[in-house]
Design a protein around this ligand. Structure first.
Ligand code: GLU
Length: 319
């Protein structure tokens, strides 16, 4: 199938971090799973930098993230793709959706959306994902739009999703479904949005398996709808349960020594970190030191844990 960038579709898995900070153990664990899922099936493995947000992304973070992947023995094929190089392509795809009547302008601020969601909290409504856009600007008249523009507001572009319910099978979580909300396609400052960019890039790069943290499970129906509207194939999905800190929240810097650099500073080698991650995935025995290469033979997606991991079980002493 022809892809938006004209590249050849291959058979690849990928890891697509945002270079907005250092990778923590949860990110590294997901990267390990993504790499193992690809390599154990003889697939290519791609790395894509999701640096859409030019304010929070930095080349320094990108370099450190790539160094960490390499240190863990996770190699990738070809050049690292950067979303910041591809804004024109995303805008063309949004234009295709607009021509199909699937895009509308949204002038709401975050605060207005929040207020509207709170006000509607007790009203009966179709079940939408948390924080779903309530549709305020979906059917504005030309006069109302002109008024917003005259008042100096610039619109974001939203998908007219039509409240569709999308189903998919996840290799870890099984059969899933979700209502698609009117997701943002481009922000008010013109920056293309994550869900649109990810769908365009996965197709352009020939990604046939998307492996990522399961905090993105709720985004998957949105992405599948976008794939259908843009005539793109739907990849296989594998959402890896997150690593949680002692407070039960997803891992973050505040939980202490959670990056490869932190752990190295405490005397752990990269091989030890791979082994700890492997153990948390049921791929190595306590005390066993393994390399990523060795794990390729052992990896079976069906055997992955279906519940979150806890930092305290991975590294009791870092807490
Ligand atoms: N860039 C996203 C993140 O770092 C991941 C997106 C994806 O894998 O689809 O959370």
């Amino acid at each position: 199938m022809a892809t938006p960038s004209g590249q050849n579709a291959g058979m690849s898995g990928r890891f697509a971090p945002s270079p907005t900070g250092e990778l923590h153990l949860g990110n590294l664990r997901t990267a390990l799973v993504a790499w193992l899922a690809a390599r154990s099936a003889g697939r290519g493995f791609l790395v894509r930098m999701e640096d859409l947000d030019r304010v929070t992304s930095s080349p320094e973070h990108e370099r450190r993230q790539l160094d960490d992947l390499a240190a863990l023995g996770l190699d990738w094929d070809g050049e690292v793709l950067r979303q910041s190089d591809r804004f024109e392509l995303y805008r063309r795809e949004i234009e295709r959706l607009r021509i199909d009547g699937r895009v509308y302008e949204c002038f709401c601020t975050r605060r207005e959306i929040r207020a509207e969601i709170d006000a509607a909290a007790h009203a009966p409504h179709v079940h939408l994902p948390d924080g779903a856009y309530p549709g305020t600007c979906r059917d504005l008249t030309a006069d109302e739009r002109a008024e917003h523009i005259a008042s100096g507001r610039r619109p974001a572009m939203r998908l007219r999703a039509g409240g569709e319910v999308l189903e998919f099978d996840d290799l870890v979580h099984g059969h899933m479904d979700g209502v698609v909300d009117d997701v943002v396609l481009a922000r008010a400052d013109g920056v293309p949005a994550y869900n649109l960019a990810v769908v365009v890039d996965d197709a352009a790069q020939g990604v046939t398996q998307v492996c990522r943290g399961d905090d993105l499970l709720t985004s998957t129906p949105r992405q599948i709808l976008l794939q259908r509207l843009l005539g793109l194939a739907t990849p296989q999905y594998l959402h890896v349960p997150l690593v949680l800190g002692a407070d039960g929240q997803r891992l973050a810097k505040r939980h202490g020594a959670v990056t490869l650099a932190d752990l190295r500073a405490q005397g752990s080698s990269a091989a030890e970190v791979v082994s700890v991650l492997a153990r948390s995935l049921g791929l190595a025995n306590p005390g066993e030191i393994v390399t990523a290469d060795v794990l390729v033979e052992r990896f079976e997606p069906e055997c992955l844990p279906r519940t979150p991991a806890h930092l305290a079980d991975l590294y009791p002493t870092t807490l």
